[in-house]
Design a protein around this ligand. Structure first.
Ligand code: GFB
Length: 312
C-alpha cells in the first residue's frame, strides 16, 4: 500500500468545482500541506504539452483528478461532443503525465452513470459493462469508463497506483447553479429561492418526478476520497454513496421546505427523466469503515444557505 502522506505535495485538479473545492477544504481541515491548485487561465488541462510541463516542473506526489466537464441531464443531452472530447482530453493528459513524472498515487473521480441503465439494484461495481448505458449521458459515461480503463491499464502495465471511486449524485456548496446546465439539486434550489423572492406560487420540476436518486453531500464525498487515498489500492472501481434513495418528487418537496417555499410543485413530463433508478451498493466502502455523516435535510439546509450568500 502506497502511504498517503498529508505533508507531501498534493495536486487537486479542478479545485474550483463542486468536488475539487470540497477536497481542498477537507485537506485543510485535516492539517494537510496546502495543495497545488491551478486556475484554468494558468493551466489548461486539455492542453497536453502544458499539462506535461506542469508535472515536470511541480512534481506532485499525489493527484486528486476532480477536473471534468460536468453538467446535469439537459447539458449532457444537448452537448455530448463537448462532454466526450473535453473529458477524454483532460483525464488522458493528467493520468499520463502523472504516471510519467512519478506521482505516487492518483485518484480519478468516476460517476455512477457509468453503470448500465437497467442495472440490478443496488448497483455493484461488477455491473460495469454488463448492459446498455442511459442515452442522455452516454458520451460522458463513456469518457469516464475510458478513464477507468486507462487507470486499470497503467496499473497493470506500469504498476501505477491509480484508484477510481464512483460517486452517486452529488450536491453541496460550490455547485453550478446555471439554469439549464446544473444538476437537479442546484437547479431546484435556484428555482425555489427565486420563487420565494418574487412571490411566485408555482415551481415547475423537470420530468415525471418518479425517478429515484441517491444524493451525497459533497463534504462527505471529499472525506471518503481522502479515506480511499489512505486505505484503497485496487484496479477495481469503488462505489461511494449513502445507500438511501428518494424520488425526484420527494426531493423537490424537501428542497421546497429548505427554501421556505409553500406554493405548488408541478411536473413537466416533456423533459427527460433519465435513468429510472441508480442506487449504489456501497458494501465495499462500508467494509472499510466509512459512512456518510450528513443527512439530506441538513445538507440541503447548508446548501441553500450557501446559495443565498452567493446572491448577496
Ligand atoms: O441531476 P440530474 O440532471 O442528474 O437529474 P441525472 C436528476 C433527475 O432530476 C432527472 C430531474 O430525472 C431530472 O429530469 N430534474 C427535475 C431536474 N428538475 C430538474 C432540474 O431543474 N434540473 C435538473 N438537472 N434535473 C446526471 C448525468 O444524470 O447525473 C451526469 O447527466 C452525471 O452525467 C450526474 O452523471 C451524476 O442523475 O439524471
Amino acid at each position: 500500500m502506497t502511504a498517503f502522506d498529508l505533508g507531501r505535495k498534493v495536486f487537486v485538479a479542478g479545485h474550483r468545482g463542486l468536488v475539487g473545492s470540497a477536497v481542498v477544504r477537507a485537506l485543510h481541515a485535516q492539517g494537510a500541506r496546502p495543495p497545488i491548485v491551478k486556475g484554468r487561465n494558468e493551466l489548461d488541462l486539455a492542453d497536453q504539452a502544458a499539462v506535461d510541463d506542469f508535472f515536470s516542473n511541480e512534481r506532485p506526489d499525489y493527484v486528486f483528478l476532480c477536473a471534468a466537464h460536468v453538467g446535469g441531464i439537459q447539458a449532457n443531452a444537448s452537448f455530448p461532443a463537448e462532454f466526450i472530447r473535453n473529458n477524454l482530453a483532460i483525464q488522458t493528459n493528467v493520468i499520463h503525465s502523472a504516471w510519467k513524472h512519478g506521482v505516487s498515487k492518483l485518484l480519478f473521480l468516476g460517476s455512477s452513470c457509468i453503470y448500465p441503465k437497467f442495472a440490478a439494484q443496488p448497483i455493484r461495481e461488477d455491473a460495469l459493462l454488463t448492459g446498455a448505458l442511459e442515452a442522455t449521458n452516454e458520451a460522458y459515461a463513456i469518457a469516464k469508463i475510458a478513464g477507468l480503463a486507462m487507470c486499470q491499464a497503467y496499473r497493470r502495465q506500469y504498476g501505477f497506483d491509480a484508484i477510481v471511486p464512483m460517486p452517486t449524485n452529488l450536491y453541496g456548496p460550490g455547485d453550478n447553479y446555471d439554469a439549464d446546465g446544473s444538476h437537479v439539486v442546484a437547479g431546484l434550489i435556484r428555482r425555489f429561492v427565486s420563487a420565494v423572492q418574487t412571490g411566485d406560487r408555482e415551481v415547475v420540476v423537470w420530468g415525471t418526478g418518479t425517478p429515484l436518486r441517491e444524493f451525497l453531500y459533497v463534504d462527505d464525498l471529499a472525506d471518503a476520497l481522502i479515506h480511499l487515498m489512505h486505505h484503497y489500492e485496487s484496479d477495481e472501481p469503488i462505489n461511494v454513496g449513502t445507500g438511501q434513495e428518494l424520488s425526484i418528487d420527494e426531493l423537490a418537496r424537501r428542497i421546497a421546505a429548505a427554501c421556505g417555499f409553500t406554493g405548488t410543485v408541478t411536473f413537466d413530463a416533456s423533459r427527460p427523466d433519465g435513468t429510472p433508478r441508480k442506487r449504489l451498493d456501497t458494501s465495499k466502502l462500508d467494509a472499510m469503515g466509512w459512512r456518510a455523516r450528513t443527512d439530506l435535510d441538513t445538507g440541503l439546509r447548508r446548501t441553500v444557505a450557501a446559495y443565498r450568500q452567493l446572491l448577496e
